[in-house]
Design a protein around this ligand. Structure first.
Ligand SMILES: Cc1cc2nc3c(=O)[nH]c(=O)nc-3n(C[C@H](O)[C@H](O)[C@H](O)COP(=O)(O)O)c2cc1C
Ligand code: SF4
Ligand code: SF4
Length: 308
């Protein structure tokens, strides 16, 4: 029996965007005949043998131009593994090139353990903090990601290396912004629950670090907050106040499936050029592959005609 290529993708997703992207990877890799295992990092129960896999993927949302601390801690906990190929997948709300620095620390940790980070892919997905993107934008981002992911999967499997462009002083900037790891824990202790709460218990159950406890009707937020926004984003009553960042809170899932032409585009000028560049580059990437496929089909047809 033919041995299938095996890939393990380890991921963290605060509010579901990265998970959507990872699911698309699994679907596309499966179409390419690859067996993909998934590991949800927050489950804290890593039992996979990395030597069983040809490649390891690590996926996360960009937090303050960095990978979340849970990702770095996970990478530190991995066993040493000489030359094991790793690819990184990340999602972020805006398409600024500065987001390219998010993997610097992660790549360093992996390199020190012998891993070989060869590919990195980034997708824009709607914000879960700062402001609410429109559903139109969420629809466009997700549609774009779904078109580009098959192209990226093919590139990954072709063996071609592809890393994101370096940013001047990237390591220093990323180091500065890693204050968010400490700041998140500091701010997380300042979360409060408003009178709108219906005591459904959802936030307590879904927090990836079990940082929320409910005792005698009182909520307690501990010191392990990742600022992942899951609790405040998914609270059915928008009852969680996120400390110093309350003004940036985004509550409620996006509708990724229906563009809504009547929707107000309040932030339409925010990073406008960067979004235009991102969508244009994705479109070019996808159409370049289509042209190649058409050329190959034409060549095959000519060969067949010549044979006849
Ligand atoms: C604490 C925090 C910091 C963030 N920092 C950035 C950032 O530096 N750049 C960016 O483009 N998006 C940033 N975002 C937005 C997320 O990266 C984006 O919405 C991502 O798709 C969320 O993925 P998830 O649903 O898998 O958690 C941040 C989100 C959070 C919660
Ligand atoms: S999810 Fe919201 S409504 Fe439910 S218990 Fe938590 S704060 Fe209250
Ligand atoms: S308290 Fe909320 S924001 Fe903090 S880690 Fe838990 S779910 Fe995420």
């Amino acid at each position: 029996m033919e041995n299938k290529m095996k890939i393990l993708i380890c991921y963290f997703s605060g509010t579901g965007n990265t998970r959507m992207v990872v699911n698309k990877y699994v679907e596309n890799l499966k179409n390419e005949g690859v067996e993909t295992d998934l590991y949800k990092i927050e489950s804290n129960n890593f039992q996979h043998d990395v030597t069983d896999y040809e490649m390891i993927g690590i996926a996360y949302p960009v937090h303050a131009f960095n990978a979340p601390s849970i990702i770095l801690d996970f990478a530190k906990s991995l066993p040493e593994c000489a030359r094991k190929r790793v690819f990184i997948v990340n999602t972020s709300g805006e398409p600024l090139k500065l987001n390219n620095i998010s993997s610097i620390k992660l790549r360093k940790i992996l390199k020190n353990k012998g891993y070989n980070v060869t590919n990195e892919y980034h997708y824009c997905m709607p914000y879960n903090i700062i402001f609410r993107h429109t559903d139109n934008m969420a629809y466009k981002m997700w549609k774009t990601a779904q078109e580009v992911i098959p192209v990226d999967c093919k590139e990954l499997l072709s063996g071609k290396y592809s890393l994101l462009e370096d940013v001047f002083m990237g390591s220093f900037i990323a180091w500065l912004f890693r204050i968010e790891h400490w700041g998140g824990r500091f701010n997380g202790k300042r979360y409060k629950v408003s009178e709108n709460c219906i005591h459904c218990g959802k936030c307590v159950n879904i927090c990836p670090t079990h940082n929320i406890t409910l005792k005698d009707g009182e909520f307690h937020f501990g010191k392990n907050c990742l600022m992942c926004m899951r609790c405040s984003f998914l609270c059915p009553k928008s009852a969680i106040k996120i400390g110093l960042f309350e003004k940036w809170k985004v509550n409620g899932t996006y509708n990724f499936n229906n563009a809504n032409k009547f929707e107000d585009e309040v932030h339409k000028n925010y990073c406008k050029k960067s979004y235009e560049r991102y969508f244009r580059e994705c479109e070019e990437k996808v159409s370049a592959v289509k042209v190649n496929v058409m050329q190959e089909e034409d060549e095959d047809e000519i060969k067949n005609i010549v044979k006849v």
